[in-house]
Design a protein around this ligand. Structure first.
Ligand code: UD1
Length: 376
């Protein structure tokens, strides 16, 4: 039997935990698949990339394209140019891309132009906000993919409405949750991170904000910072800052109630926001699983908090992951300070909505995907 040659792509931080379970499953079925991994190098820092490979037990990439940061056009073009070379050498039967980052768009576009089929993991999500670069990446990738693996039923509905043939679409669940399930024993281990446990006893909010719409304009960033400071009057805020956010804080300035933490978190006080560098995958999950509430503009964190049952406030006007609001712990609050503070009061008073885990978010999505690849 000839093995199917699968080339999987990762590029940016949110790709790693989504693709890792698929790589493990492909390797487990090595009799059927010859699996290789390409890292575009869109994210390249130790804290944004290497630590994830290590913690998720991912094999080293067979190719690292080393593209680094640049404008959208340059970054996308450079990935396409370098990925085309890899496809020419490897002649894969299928390229697997995940999520909605520039690497996803660039590699799917390169592959289809070389008549190589593409599988998109996390297909069909729509915010209907075309000012978001991710929405453009999702629309283009879905429209040219041959296999579309969705995480929630809204994805199937959108793809159908866009005219994608039914036989290409498969509701498989969420591979990001596969990774979370895999490490759940570690998360529930008491004493895992004593300092975080001590903070959790008194309560704290965890914040991550990095979307261009929230941090690239001084007025928007000022609103975000004001919200975090107001929240900190209730409970201390741990603000894990993405490099983009960190750079904007340096450019636009911030007041002295934002306190830098480099190493271990020491005593924390209300009225202050503690700025942390990017955390590793497991450190972040552990901290999130102990938080009183999470304030974020990330996509994946809306899903992880839903799975963990941690209240989540999404500081955006929309979400491409509506199931996290419908059955999960998420609420879309924009930058409405009054509303956010009211939500935080409800959470502290134990009056948050009852939540559930969405269908098929059971840790077995990668298995379903690889079953389909086997028979495809
Ligand atoms: C990208 C994704 C976004 C995702 C986010 C998660 C796109 C369009 N956006 O946004 O969907 O939510 O990743 O992190 O693909 N930088 C570093 N070190 C790194 C990588 C980036 O310092 O390892 C800095 C650089 O200054 C760079 C900036 O972060 O210019 C932005 O990086 P980029 O990859 O362009 O986009 P993200 O904002 O990370």
């Amino acid at each position: 039997m000839t093995k199917k040659r699968i080339l999987s792509v990762v590029g940016a931080r949110p790709n790693f935990m989504k693709i890792a379970p698929i790589l493990l499953e492909l390797d487990r079925r090595y009799g059927h698949f010859d699996s290789k991994l390409v890292h575009t190098g869109q994210h390249y820092d130790q804290a944004m990339s290497d630590v994830f490979f290590h913690e998720l037990g991912m094999k080293q990439p067979d190719y690292n394209l080393g593209v680094g940061s640049a404008s959208h056009a340059l970054q996308t073009a450079e990935i396409m140019k370098r990925f085309e070379e890899v496809c020419r050498l490897e002649k894969p039967d299928l390229v697997v891309v995940g999520g909605d980052v520039n690497s996803t768009l660039a590699c799917s576009l390169t592959a289809v132009k070389m008549l190589i089929p593409v599988a998109h993991v996390e297909a069909g999500l729509r915010s209907f906000d075309r000012t978001m670069p991710e929405e453009i990446n999702r629309l283009v990738t879905d429209s040219i993919s041959d296999l579309l693996f969705t995480t929630e039923i809204s994805g199937n509905c959108h793809l159908k409405a866009e005219g994608i043939p039914q036989e290409k679409i498969h509701l498989v669940g969420n591979t990001m949750i596969d990774s979370l399930v895999r490490f759940s024993a570690e998360l529930s281990r008491n004493g895992g991170r004593p300092r975080v446990n001590a903070l959790a006893d008194a309560g704290f909010y965890l914040a991550t904000i990095h979307r261009p719409a929230n941090v690239d304009e001084p007025e928007q960033l000022a609103k975000v910072l004001d919200i975090l400071l107001s929240a900190s009057d209730g409970l201390p805020v741990l603000f894990v800052a993405h490099p983009r956010t960190r750079e904007r804080l340096r450019q636009f300035g911030r007041d002295e109630r934002f306190v830098e933490i480099q190493g271990e978190i020491g005593e924390v006080r209300r009225g202050l926001v503690y700025l942390l560098p990017p955390l590793s995958y497991l450190d972040f999950l552990y901290t999130m699983s102990r938080a009183t509430a999470v304030l974020t503009d990330s996509g994946g964190i809306q899903e992880e908090t839903t799975f963990l049952g941690i209240p989540c406030l999404t500081l955006r006007e929309n979400t491409e992951r509506p199931i996290t609001v419908e059955v999960g712990s998420n609420e879309i609050v924009g930058l409405d300070r009054k509303r956010i503070l009211a939500c935080l009061r409800s959470i502290s008073a134990g009056r948050w909505k009852k939540t559930a885990v969405p269908p098929l978010w059971d840790g077995k999505a990668a298995g379903r995907i690889v079953d389909i690849l086997e028979s495809w």
